[in-house]
Design a protein around this ligand. Structure first.
Ligand code: NAD
Length: 468
């Protein structure tokens, strides 16, 4: 039995079945989460369907309810942050930032509007473009930023007039379920339903005939399954998927400064960020100095239990991911790579992995070619900028990328040649909740945030009136 509840039709519901949630800092089960039954998912979808007509018809009420939702989360932020660290692993200070960032995201979304665009208003006729919500939206989220990814999506879907069923990752369900408890009375029953369970719950949701849109963040492999599940019913999809961001470091940089900033662009959240820098191409003239400076940053940055003050990075979130990172590092090692620093787990318990810098790999080495999603960074060298651009683009991923240089104009020109949704200059990872975010190629379909998020949460209706 779990101490946590699902939120269905405004009620907090206990379930018969539950599943274990592990603290990645020690590998031990610390709580159980409710396993939502198929009957309960169906009830959640039905509740969302019933709540839709009233919810979509009053934007002032939606705005008010979203502000109440933000306040309710803020009032419970300490408790949610603690549980987030216990289940996800990140340092408590970063969990607090994630929760407060979510509150801000909801407040910003509450002020989004859906203006009617007038194409023609003349004695002959009136032509207007309206935006209409889809109806029931299924929101499915991963384990790296469980609360902020979920709240960004949910807030945009709700302010646009949709109703939502939210399903968090089974590795990190509890912080989202605490959000459910917090917001229970802030929203009308059925407008937001939160359910937890294993992966098949996600596939049941994506196949449900009453779900009109799926807003998914997760891996490319699951994203393709979601797209396939949506196809028979032509459900609309937004897919925010994996990345393998390249960072290109040109010859004219201040190496020490770049190393400091690029390190956090790669290792924030222990590398478990879709838009983390995951491979570096450094000009041959700065290569050795950059490797040395990055290795110094990596070895001096403390990794450990996120509940222990002073640890700046936490463990890898879960055992399958931990095993995958270790496998990719060992594959590189077995194929002649040099492990400059790190290279293995930090203790026998839990999933803490040393910050790792790798050299002597090529573009086909798995740690370079695949998304590793962990605290590991391969650094490769190049001699010609065009060659670096070609190598950065030679992938099915296209989420983010960055260019580092003392010459901002030159770097911006190079950034424009990267095939990705966001290209940074002299930074990596910087996001703005009001700026569109999405990926090209296999990294996604559609955009979230700001008016682009509203556009993704709505469809167009043209009103065409003949006056004369
Ligand atoms: P995942 O694809 O394994 O799981 C994501 C979610 O999908 C979970 O809630 C899971 O239960 C659910 N799910 C699993 N199978 C499903 C199915 N068949 N149908 C419907 N839902 C299903 O991803 P993960 O391991 O939780 O997250 C890590 C991945 O997410 C990385 O690849 C990372 O790059 C990506 N990610 C992308 C972004 C972005 O904005 N582009 C942000 C964060 C993470």
């Amino acid at each position: 039995m779990s101490d946590y509840s699902l939120l269905i039709n405004g009620d907090l519901i206990r379930t018969k079945d539950s599943f274990p949630v592990i603290n990645p800092a020690n590998g031990e089960v610390f709580a159980r989460a409710p396993e939502c039954s198929i009957e309960q998912v169906n009830q959640a979808v039905e509740a969302a369907e019933q709540a839709f007509p009233a919810w979509k018809s009053d934007i002032a009420k939606r705005k008010e309810a979203l502000m109440a939702m933000a306040n309710a989360i803020q009032a419970n932020s300490e408790r949610i942050a603690e549980v987030l660290t216990l289940e996800q692993g990140k340092p408590l200070s970063q969990s607090k930032m994630e929760i407060m960032g979510s509150v801000m995201q909801i407040q910003l979304s509450a002020n989004l509007t859906m203006p009617v665009e007038v194409v023609q208003d003349s004695p002959k006729g009136l032509l207007e473009v309206h935006r209409k919500p889809y109806g029931v939206v299924a929101t499915i989220t991963p384990w790296n930023f469980p609360v902020s990814i979920a709240m960004g999506k949910v807030a945009t879907a709700l302010i646009s007039g949709n109703t939502v069923i939210l399903k968090p990752s089974p590795f990190t369900p509890l912080s989202t379920l605490l959000v459910a408890e917090a917001v229970q009375s802030a929203l009308p029953p059925g407008v937001l339903n939160i359910i937890s369970g294993s992966d098949p719950l996600g596939s049941h949701l994506t196949a449900h005939p009453s779900v009109r849109k799926i807003d998914f963040t997760g891996s490319v492999n699951t994203g393709k399954k979601v797209a396939a599940a949506a196809a028979p019913d032509l459900k609309r999809i937004t897919l925010e998927l994996g990345g393998n961001d390249a960072a290109i470091v040109l010859s004219d940089v201040n190496v020490k400064q770049v190393a400091k900033s690029l390190f956090w662009g790669a290792f924030t959240n222990s590398g478990q960020v879709c838009i983390a820098a995951k491979r570096v191409y450094a000009h041959e003239s700065v290569y050795s100095n950059l490797v040395e400076a990055m290795a110094e940053m990596a070895s001096k940055t403390s990794v450990g239990d996120g509940m222990v003050e002073g640890n700046r990075l936490g463990p890898i979130n879960n055992k399958p991911q931990f095993d995958r990172v270790r496998e990719l590092v060992n594959d590189a090692r077995n194929n002649g790579a040099t492990i400059v620093t790190g290279g293995d787990q930090l203790s026998d318990n839990g999933y803490c992995f040393a910050n790792t810098i790798i050299t002597d790999v090529d573009d086909s080495t798995r740690i370079v070619a695949e998304e590793q999603f962990g605290p590991v960074l391969p650094i490769l060298s190049f001699s010609d900028t065009d060659e670096a651009i070609t190598r950065a683009n030679n992938t099915n991923y296209g989420l983010g990328g960055s260019v580092w240089s003392g010459d901002i104009d030159k770097a911006t020109e190079v950034a424009q040649q990267l095939e990705c949704g966001t290209a940074w200059v002299n930074q990596h990872l910087a996001l703005n909740p009001m700026v569109p975010f999405g990926g090209s190629k296999w990294s996604g379909i559609g955009y979230i945030n700001g008016r682009w998020g509203v556009e993704g949460s709505t469809e167009i209706q043209v009103i065409n009136v003949k006056r004369a």
